[in-house]
Structure formats: structure tokens, C-alpha cells
Design a binder for this molecule. Structure first.
Ligand SMILES: Cc1ncc(COP(=O)(O)O)c(C=O)c1O
Length: 399
């Protein structure tokens, strides 16, 4: 089999590295747009993968920004404030000040508590502007506010002369694989919106709903929540709501998971007590699949050897435990890989590593490097987004 952009990335950026295919992100957005009702917007949660925000700009409606650090990324890239939804369970006074100073009335803001509302009001008053604010409804955890708190706030809206009630924001969790969960949430939102409108006289014109669609990471895992059939049923649920305002579906994982590849090279192979271990130069500090447990599940993999890319021969007669380079017996990326014979120098490509994967490991453990990150698109080819970074200095006492 011949090489492709992954073999090229390996050649240029070495191992370990990540490659994100921005065309794949656009294909995902197009797939959702094609199925969702026309009135539905698609917003990209950048926490899933900040390297993809520029690619997401053209076809998604907004980017959800969940921390001051994320805001600084959008600012550094010159992302227009009109494209931003500023959220986050903690909004520090000095951060709100800087964000509002930069974004002014162009961005939309969420309030997750009464003190956040007051903070936004204070800052908007200072600049003599009026901010659009979503009120986030809780799902029973530290995020958002109770129904009654939101209703009371809206009945007291005159206290917030520099805020405009924009709508309701709701997100209850990720990796949802069952339509009945979405059905229950959509009904709950629909009932709450009616109740709120009746009790406050306020019209809800926007609903920002983080659907948390589940995605399949492992071989034999079913494609359920992002299958066409599921999404058509999900769309019918939206269409059948009594609520008739605008809807934005906010997603991270379901848009980005499929566009990421993690490349790590096998540097040693040995057999201990009858089990063959392949030791790679990456590890679980650099890659995480939601639901993975000591490599018990096999992700979608490919193999780079001598500049060519090959499928893993799942009928092969060899068994390997693919480990990383951490000093913990938990550093198992695949517990039992059935494949053709592997050699040192072979590079394993972990697929579907586009969302969260790079961010959920313990990257500073053992002072290993942060992998290089490359972006790929057909139009622009490969480009380096981040060089490999040493981390030892972050774990070194300053002299
Ligand atoms: C408020 C909010 N919206 C959306 C998301 C994205 O969830 P997912 O990646 O499952 O689409 C998250 C993830 O944590 C979130 O906190």
C-alpha cells in the first residue's frame, strides 16, 4: 500500500505526533447540516480540539469558548467576536473585563449563576453597552442554575439594565448513545421554556443545546448516536417541540473525533512471561479514548512501515500488548492486538483521536515531550501547527 498524508507527516514531524484532518471536520459539519432541520445552527465547542477552530469557522455558526485560555486562543488567531459564545462555570472578574473589552456586544455570553449575571451587568455598565446573555439551566450538578432561580432572575430583569435575555443554554453530559435520553432532555427543555414564558412574560428566542452525541471509538462498537437514522429521529424531536425559536446544537466530540490521528513508533519489543510487549514512544499521557480501560478495547488502527501505510491484519497470528513510555503498568494503549508481525520502527496510527484525546492525558508525567501537531487539508496540504515541545522545564525548580 502506498503512503498518504499520514506517512508524510511521520516523515516530516517524527513520532510521536498528532495529525488533524480539517477536511474531515468539514465533512462532519456538512453531514449534520444535511440531516438537521434548516433552522438549526451548529456550534463548535473548541475544548474538543482548539487546533480545529479556524477550520470550523466557515461552516459552523459559533464557537463555544469555555475558559479565559480558550478566549486567548481565539484572540491570538483573530477569530471575529461575532463568532464567539463565551461560557464557563468560573468567570473571574478580571477575565470577564478583558473578554468584554475585546468582544463587546458582538459575542454572546452565558451566565451560570446570579453572581455571573451581576458580573456581566457590572462590566456592561462600565462600557455602557448591552450584552446578549444565555441563562444556563442546570442538569443537577455545579453547572447552570435551577429552574426557579432562572425564573426569579427573569422576573427581576430590570435589575440588569445592560443585559438582554438571549435564551436558554443546556448541556448535561457527553457520550450519550440513547435516543430516549435526548427525548427526555428535549421534552424537559420544551416544558421549561413554556413554564418560563408563562411565569415571566419573557419570550425565549434562542436555545443553545449541547447534545453530547456519543461516538464509537472501538472496533465492534456500534455507530448509534451519530448514525443517519438516529439523527433523523433526533431532528424530528426538535421539529416537534412547541418551542419555535432558533436552536443551536453545540457539539465537540461528534464533530472532531473522526479527524484526528495519533502516530507513535514502536521502539522495543520483548516477551515477559509469555506475553509480548511492544513499547512505543508515546503513551496514555498523550492519547485518551473516552471509555478505554488499560487498553481493553481495540481502537481503529493502521500501521506505517518504510513510508507506506498498511491495515492491521486482525486475522494475523501475532498478539501484542502495545504500551507507552510511562512508568506505570497502566500505560497500555492496546492490551491485546492481533496483527501481522510487528517490528521496532513500525509506527502505529491511532485513528478517531480528533476530540479531547490529546488533552485528557497526564501530559507532564515523567517530563516527556508534548507531541508535535500537524494540520492537513487537501487544499493546503500538511502544515505544522505546533512543534514538539519539551516539558522538563515545567517540572524543574527555577534557579
Ligand atoms: C457546555 C458544554 N457544551 C458542549 C460540550 C461538548 O460536548 P460533546 O463533546 O460531547 O459534544 C461540553 C463538553 O464538556 C460542554 O461543557
Amino acid at each position: 500500500m502506498s503512503g498518504n498524508f499520514l506517512t508524510e507527516a511521520f516523515c516530516r514531524y517524527k513520532s510521536p505526533c498528532y495529525v488533524f484532518d480539517s477536511d474531515a471536520l468539514l465533512r462532519r459539519v456538512a453531514f449534520f447540516k444535511e440531516i438537521f432541520p434548516e433552522k438549526v445552527n451548529i456550534n463548535y465547542c473548541m475544548k474538543a480540539n482548539p487546533f480545529l477552530i479556524e477550520a470550523s469557522l466557515e461552516f459552523t455558526d459559533r464557537i463555544e469558548v469555555c475558559s479565559f485560555g480558550e478566549f486567548l486562543i481565539t484572540k491570538a488567531l483573530g477569530i471575529p467576536a461575532e463568532k464567539l459564545l463565551i461560557s464557563g462555570v468560573l468567570k473571574k472578574e478580571e477575565d470577564v473585563e478583558e473578554i468584554v473589552d475585546h468582544c463587546r456586544e458582538k459575542a454572546i455570553y452565558t451566565a451560570e449563576s446570579i453572581s455571573q449575571l451581576e458580573e456581566l451587568e457590572r462590566t456592561a455598565r462600565k462600557y455602557d453597552i448591552c450584552l446578549n446573555v444565555y441563562l444556563r439551566l442546570t442538569s443537577g450538578n455545579q453547572f447552570g442554575m435551577d429552574e426557579e432561580v432562572i425564573i426569579d432572575a427573569l422576573n427581576n430583569i430590570n435589575a440588569y439594565g445592560h443585559l438582554r435575555f438571549y435564551g436558554i443554554h443546556y448541556f448535561s453530559g457527553t457520550q450519550k448513545h440513547k435516543l430516549r435520553i435526548h427525548e427526555r432532555e428535549i421534552k424537559k427543555l420544551d416544558d421549561f421554556i413554556s413554564d418560563l414564558e408563562e411565569k415571566t412574560g419573557q419570550k425565549v428566542s434562542h436555545l443553545e443545546y449541547g447534545s453530547g452525541f456519543g461516538v464509537p471509538y472501538f472496533i465492534d462498537q456500534k455507530e448509534d448516536a451519530t448514525s443517519e437514522e438516529y439523527l433523523r429521529d433526533f431532528s424530528s424531536l426538535l421539529e416537534n417541540m412547541r418551542y419555535s425559536g432558533e436552536i443551536s446544537i453545540e457539539m465537540g466530540r461528534a464533530l472532531a473525533f473522526d479527524c484526528g490521528y495519533y502516530l507513535t513508533t514502536i521502539r522495543d519489543i520483548k516477551t515477559n512471561r509469555g506475553r509480548t510487549y511492544a513499547i512505543a514512544d508515546g503513551g496514555i499521557h498523550q492519547i485518551n479514548y473516552d471509555g478505554q480501560l488499560r487498553g481493553m478495547y481495540t481502537p481503529y488502527l493502521e500501521l506505517i512501515r518504510d513510508g507506506n501505510i498498511y491495515s492491521i491484519d486482525s486475522e494475523g497470528e501475532f498478539h501484542y500488548t502495545i504500551c507507552g513510555s510511562l512508568c506505570t503498568a497502566n500505560d497500555i494503549m492496546v492490551a491485546d492486538l492481533k496483527s501481522q508481525k510487528l517490528n521496532t520502527g513500525d509506527t502505529i496510527v491511532f485513528k478517531r483521536a480528533g476530540a479531547y484525546s490529546l488533552y485528557e492525558g497526564m501530559q507532564l508525567f515523567l517530563s516527556h515531550e508534548l507531541p508535535a501537531v500537524a494540520l492537513y487539508s487537501r487544499k493546503e496540504g500538511l502544515r505544522l501547527a505546533r512543534e514538539m515541545q519539551e516539558t522538563f522545564m515545567l517540572n524543574t525548580v527555577r534557579k
